[in-house]
Design a protein around this ligand. Structure first.
Ligand code: 1HN
Length: 348
């Protein structure tokens, strides 16, 4: 060892008991020239996942599990219940006749219905029935339970801000005394009040910073995308892409997560773009290809209906579809925007 490096090694060693360490050894990693996420792109094919959901259905009841969910973990973050550094994703199964008991927590959740219909989720006394493609919100600290009074299993994607809330050490949770909440309002009240570009004349929005609409039906999003496909220019990068909004603010439906619905017309070959918000995709209809370019080289995902994939922060994504498809996605964009650090680059 050279004299200078042994002087340094001795310095580091002597200060270690005081819980001190030299910045100059880690500075380059602390402030990288550009984002270098430890996350990797990953694809979960539904046909491979479904048998495991089925087996989970045989192995445990929804009631015993509290939530019968198979977590989609980023391959580079195994054991952390994280699909990106800030987001969680899982697929939840509820069988006919089951209930997932009532609780609340500070983490916000979204449900995106993947397969089956007729189950419900209840939020603060109002139920909403699930159909494939519906986007449903459980706002932070609201009581919620799920049930299935229909005749088929229902599977949905859970998107939560769990790693973000863990990062802030701000997680609280509470179980309700009852399994299921008493219904306090007719189904559809929230959508009638806030879902038609109108709002009640008096009274505050019920869920604070979160959208007062807690179920956004696919029927409506689909209609909008199809209209725009035939009647408006197609974006070279995104095809037709709309963001869901909190009608009270025009911002994202939840303070921590943005959600999007996107249609790629048949024959679409998109250009590449990247953004600082890592995103999780759920394939709603059709099939296509995602080309993702990260530090570990290019990845190609051929996706079909009900497949899921994750695109890490600042990795370039290019989408293509021969027959056309519809994609739902969510990301941590609102937090980037609130902090003034959101960045997007459209590569041509
Ligand atoms: C949760 O409450 C649900 O309510 C789903 O369905 C997944 C993952 C971690 C923590 C709470 C639900 C969850 C969760």
């Amino acid at each position: 060892m050279s004299p200078i490096s042994s002087v340094r090694q001795q310095l580091y060693q002597d200060m270690a008991p005081l819980n001190m360490t030299p910045l100059w050894e880690v500075l380059h990693a602390l402030v990288p020239p550009q984002p270098s996420s430890p996350c990797v792109p990953s694809l979960w094919k539904y046909e491979q996942i479904k048998p495991f959901l089925k087996r989970a259905g045989e192995a445990i009841t929804a009631e015993e599990a509290v939530r019968r969910v198979l977590i989609l973990e980023n391959p580079a973050l195994r054991g952390q219940s994280a699909v990106t550094q800030s987001l969680y994703a899982g697929l939840q199964l509820i069988l006919p006749g089951e209930v997932a008991p009532c609780h609340r927590h500070t983490q916000s959740a979204l449900r995106f219905i993947v397969e089956g219909e007729g189950a419900y989720t209840a939020v603060d006394g109002e139920r909403t029935t699930m159909h494939p493609g519906d986007f449903i919100i459980t706002p932070s600290w609201t009581w919620h339970d799920h049930g299935n009074q229909a005749s088929e299993p229902v599977v949905w994607l859970d998107g939560l801000d769990i790693p973000m809330i863990r990062f802030f050490d701000a997680g609280f949770a509470e179980n309700d005394t009852a399994q299921s909440q008493t219904v306090q309002r007719a189904e559809g009240n929230s959508f009638a009040r806030y879902g038609h570009n109108m709002a009640p004349v008096r009274g505050d929005a019920p869920f604070g910073a979160t959208s007062p609409i807690f179920s956004y039906p696919y029927e409506r999003s689909r209609e909008a995308l199809h209209h725009l496909e035939s009647n408006a220019p197609i974006d070279d990068w995104d095809g037709i892409k709309l963001r869901y909004i909190n009608p009270a603010t025009g911002g994202s439906p939840m303070p921590t997560m943005a959600t999007f619905m996107q249609r790629l017309p048949a024959g679409f070959e998109g250009k590449a773009s990247r953004q600082t918000d890592g995103a999780v995709y759920s394939v709603v209809e059709g099939a296509g290809t995602a080309y993702i370019e990260g530090p570990n080289g290019p990845v190609r995902f051929d996706f079909e209906t009900r497949d899921h994939f994750v695109v890490p922060s600042w990795q370039a994504l290019r989408l293509a579809s021969v027959k056309g498809c519809v994609l739902f996605s969510y990301s941590d964009r609102p937090v980037h925007q609130a902090l003034g650090i959101h960045k997007e680059e459209r590569i041509s």
